[in-house]
Ligand binder design. Sequence first.
Ligand code: WT7
Length: 628
Amino acid sequence: MENERDIYYPSPESVRGSLAENWEELERSAAEDLEGYWADRASELVWSKPWDQVIDDSEKPFYRWFVGGETNIVSNAVDRHITGPRKNKLALLWRSEDNKETRTFSYFSLNREVVKMANILRAMGVEKGDRVTIYLPRIPEVVFAMLACAKLGAIHSVVFAGFSADALSSRIDDSESKLVITADGSWINGSVFPLKNIVDEAVRFSPTVENVIVVRRTGTEVHMDSTRDHWYHDLESLPIARGACPTVQVDAEHPLYILYTSGSTGKPKAILHTHGGYMVGTYTTLRYTFDIREEDRFWCTADAGWVTGHSYVVYGPLLAGATTLMYEGGPTYPHPDRWWELIEHYGITTFYTAPTAIRSLMRFGDAWVNRHDLSSLRLLGSVGEPINPAAWRWFHEVVGGGRAPIMDTWWQTETGMFQITGVPAMPQKPGSAGRPVFGQEAEIVDGDGNPVPDGTEGFLVLKNPWPAMARTLYKDDDRFVETYWSKYPGRYMTGDAAKRDEDGYFWIIGRTDDVIMVSGHRLGTAEVEAALNSHHAVSESAAIGVPHEVKGQSILAHVVLNQGFTGSRELVEELRAHVAAHLSPIAKPDEILFVEKLPKTRSGKIMRRVLRARALGQDEGDLSTLEE
Ligand code: WT7
């Protein structure tokens, strides 16, 4: 917090006419009348049946929003635009990793694609409430697939197309999906990642999957099971794909999607979001924080496989009627200026990315940025982990030309929408995410739930309900209550440590549970350990996150080997490859230490805290519960 006094005041251009120009007034009025504030926001969207009640908190923490209302998020993200002046406005711009292909979709043509895919899904028996797993790379079809499911009232479960067959299979089975939508492969830094092969392996013993739709992307040869697999380009030309497809009107609380995320224990949690509240929440927060204007071109670099992609690549921008860019590749391939080239080419006005990407690009020096004209940028955004002041300043000065304010948005898969962030008119403090969104109140508490004084580190909790809040964990209400609502009754436990300063700005420190944020990707220690333990040489293991200059955190694994095995460089590489194959390449431990035994409590729980302290050369703290 040594930079707490470091304040950047927004330029008059960022303030004047911005949607949240009167942010202090908005903050005050939402605090005074939470229901009125959210009812006003919801009224900006279309509903086929108005709600009777804004918030129903009679069965806390199972809040219900816009009770009695009916709509569909697609009615607002697509349908309402094509009957008005946005009909021919660009909705989605897409560029391929090899930089040779461009695809563009107006709202009119986006609707055509969504209708087509929805017709196909419907012909395959997908009905309201059915689950569909989407395992696609960053290509336009991932957007069509999500919207097509939503249009029919089906529940999508997008699995990041970098997860292995084991991870995919457990998500397909847990959600009992009847359909999987994938591609033959995806491009990653010039080589092919074999998505269809992974799906084949994942669904081999899957009792629920009836059909697999395959989008051709890489042209890789794949096996097609004639009773189960269908090329999307074949289906597209069939009569079933043609004709109108009405957007099914659903209850505001009808599930929109589930998204698996990591928690403290082994099994990923299936976060459930709904149509009405999630729609109002993502629409409002995107507009206020990124001040979306008709002429803007918005680019969020996230993958649709994570919540940032759901809320701020797909739903938020389309709900706001914005033009959004999707780029298939990553930041540094083939050169570290591909992103800057795209910003220049498309005249991107609003650029939202992660500190890890900023740090990795910063290492290549300013020259890569400076050879491009980035003067179109007027707003920048950051998400996924705290942004260190050095990266903040580089992003602000070198990328943003000293003009563009940075919106540091703190939120989670569970929250669905921003919870702590700035708006362009608000003064900024590099490294602080800013203030709770309008209508939210956050608090820092100690282990007993008592508020701590400003400037003191504690646990971050949220005090008010918000429309895009997770409704439950799919099929696991008990775990939902237990994980988020039982430690501090009446308040939502975020799992993060933070501080608040005397100006009411929040400074996020990081997770307090067994979650590791690697390059902004959320991984559970237990998942990494399960992957390690499935190797025949491993007896048991403990994974921890340690600070990493570029990734934020990297994984350090402690491994106890079975008898007859000895640690070697080869075994380290074999175990890393094993984790990549059984969980995901993003989960590969950076370092593996072979140890004789792991520190455990007398009841046999691994004390990761002790391993962390040892790794960082810190005091090991209270060891009274350590066995022996
Ligand atoms: C965790 C949630 C939804 C954003 C993508 C990650 C960390 C997120 C920030 C930020 C500091 C942040 C927190 C949080 N985090 N944004 N601006 N500053 N930390 O979503 O995978 O659900 O992870 O990401 O630790 O708990 P997620």
